[in-house]
Design a protein around this ligand. Structure first.
Ligand code: TEU
Ligand code: CA
Length: 541
């Protein structure tokens, strides 16, 4: 099993919003090619690119209609092959995003199923029923029911996400073989790794008629054959020595240890999301509450220390294309914008695991601050806006929720310069660009030695220089202050203490004697208390 990923850093690109090379306002493969020198300058080892395969774009590419062809809106197969080659020449491996829990309803397989072809109907999950009685009242992830009716067949089909994303039947060996062929195809093109979308949902429960109500994801996660299916997929396609990461919805530590332990022959690592639900009131993403910092620390302590007792491995991150921007969410966009973005980056980059930097996070890009529903694109955001109105919220209240929780917040175009369209496109950007691009952009941060961009470059570099970061033990420390989180890393004689103030006020702490050399921090000079959003990494002597 490849271990290089333990000292590696991954950069995630949401292709539609990264860089537009042909003026149609949509990011594309050649746009990424043009930014390879910038990505290389970050010091990262891999690039995870979100899906750019043929798709009707109901869910911006996570509804795939042809796994082996490039969506013309993003370029051609030649552009893709050139990108793989050019990244490889720079020592950067590409990780492609495999959406294997479901296809688009426009996929040839589903079209044949809808036409009544029994072989392809068994590629999906159809159940008999009359038009008014779905097998269950399960809720799908984007605010609809999880079953849709096909009158011509007199059957319902299951979809854990949008109706245009029918779930595949992984119990069918033909389906598993089809998906292995997709992996072999991209492996043959020189891809160096894979991200697997909602992989822990692929094994559905035996009964799809009970319980009658609840979240479909909750009933399907970490299913009865999930480990067997993943192991079969990985070993049959020979990708064990690649970097592979599974996105695991609502999973458990025990399952993530099993998904990522070498003895399982499954994945290199997993994403889980419990740390990104500490501001969900009653567990509801669209009910606001301030982040519960005690819950946040308890999560990190349990998962980091629990995983460290095993040979399992985690992906560690704050941001991705589904999550709001972390500096807006757990940091400060105002007076302490720079300090809080650096503190949050520090906290993640010294954890035990492989860090993922999401495009623009290294610049301190913020949420979008849209003021009208017309500015939103995402299927989940638009569905929930209407749900909130139906729940009796005013437009202003619903827009306030979206402004903090919509996935569009992380999908605004990358802010390259203070120039027109933030240097993202010469055309009209497909999604609105926040007004702060004039001050938050790669070009202006490039020349500022104190910028968030240059700080992130140091974070990535330190991981290469200090084995304690990738190989050391981890233990969370008591600080006597809920706003101050601290942990220590040890490997032989190397001993790091990381201490972070998650608040905008001065904070004291107890129980930790900070003596040694400051490896990195976001304030200069010495002081008694932790400054607002201060981060200190001490090499203890
Ligand atoms: O996300 C899985 C998922 O559950 C997300 O919808 C996320 O948890 C949710 O938006 C948080 O509120 C993956 C992809 O990352 C996402 O972009 C896709 O929409 C989804 O699967 C379906 O493919
Ligand atoms: Ca384009």
């Amino acid at each position: 099993m490849l271990d290089k990923y333990k000292s590696s850093t991954v950069y995630q690109i949401y292709i539609k919003s990264f860089c537009d090379s042909n003026g149609d306002g949509i990011g594309d493969l050649n746009g990424i090619r043009s930014k390879l020198p910038y990505i290389k300058s970050l010091g990262v080892d891999y690039i995870w690119i979100t899906p750019f395969f043929c798709s009707p774009m109901v869910d911006n590419g996570y509804d795939v209609s042809d796994y082996r062809n490039v969506n013309p809106m993003f370029g051609t197969m030649e552009d893709c092959e050139a990108l793989i080659r050019e990244a490889d020449a720079l020592g950067i491996g590409l990780m492609f995003d495999m959406v294997f829990n479901h296809t688009s309803s426009k996929h040839e397989w589903f079209r044949k199923a809808l036409a009544g072809d029994p072989e392809y109907m068994d590629y999906y999950i159809f159940r008999d029923g009359d038009k008014d009685t779905p097998p269950t009242e399960w809720a799908a992830s984007f605010g609809t029911g999880a079953w849709d009716y096909v009158p011509s067949l007199g059957k319902w089909y299951l979809h854990l996400f949008a109706p245009e994303q029918p779930d595949l039947n992984w119990e069918n060996p033909k389906v598993r073989e089809e998906l292995k062929e997709v992996i072999r195809f991209w492996k043959g093109k020189g891809v160096k790794g894979f991200r697997f979308d909602v992989l822990n949902l692929i094994s559905k429960p035996e009964s799809l008629s009970e319980p009658k109500t609840g979240s479909a994801v909750r009933f399907c996660k970490d299913g009865r054959h999930v480990h067997e299916f993943i192991r079969e997929m990985v070993t049959d396609t020979g990708i064990e020595d690649m970097i592979t990461v599974g996105e695991m919805a609502s999973t458990t530590l025990e399952n993530c240890i099993r998904y990522s332990s070498p003895a399982s022959h499954e994945l290199s690592m997993c994403f889980n999301f419990h740390h990104l639900k500490v501001d969900y009131k009653d567990g509801d993403k669209f009910s606001l509450m301030p982040p519960d910092l005690k819950m946040l620390r308890d999560y990190f302590k349990e998962w980091q220390e629990g995983m460290a007792k095993t040979d399992g491995w985690s992906a560690v991150f704050w941001c991705n294309h589904d999550q709001p921007r972390i500096v807006s969410r757990f940091g400060d966009e105002g007076q302490y914008w720079k300090e809080s973005a650096k503190m949050l980056g520090t906290f993640v980059h010294f954890l035990r695991g492989t860090p993922y930097i999401y495009q623009g996070e290294e610049l301190g890009m913020t949420n979008a601050h849209y003021t009208s529903i017309d500015q939103y694109d995402d299927v989940e955001a638009i569905n929930y806006y209407n749900i909130l109105l139906k729940r009796g919220q005013s437009q202003a209240e619903a827009l306030n929720v979206l402004a903090q929780r919509a996935r569009d917040n992380s999908r605004t175009p990358m802010q390259w310069t203070a120039g027109e369209n933030a240097g993202f496109t010469t055309g009209k950007a497909w999604l609105g660009i926040p007004e702060n691009y004039t001050s938050i952009n790669a070009e202006s941060e490039e020349s500022d030695s104190e910028s968030i961009l240059n700080y992130y470059r140091q974070l990535v570099k330190l991981r290469k220089e200090y084995p304690v970061i990738s190989e050391g033990s981890i233990e969370f420390l008591e600080t006597g202050n809920v706003y101050v989180m601290a942990y220590e890393r040890r490997l032989g004689s190397e001993h790091l203490v990381v201490i972070c103030n998650f608040s905008g006020q001065d904070q004291t702490f107890t129980g930790i004697a900070l003596h040694g050399e400051v490896l990195i921090g976001n304030y200069s000079g010495s002081h008694k208390m932790m400054k607002p959003y201060e981060a200190i990494v001490m090499l203890v002597k």
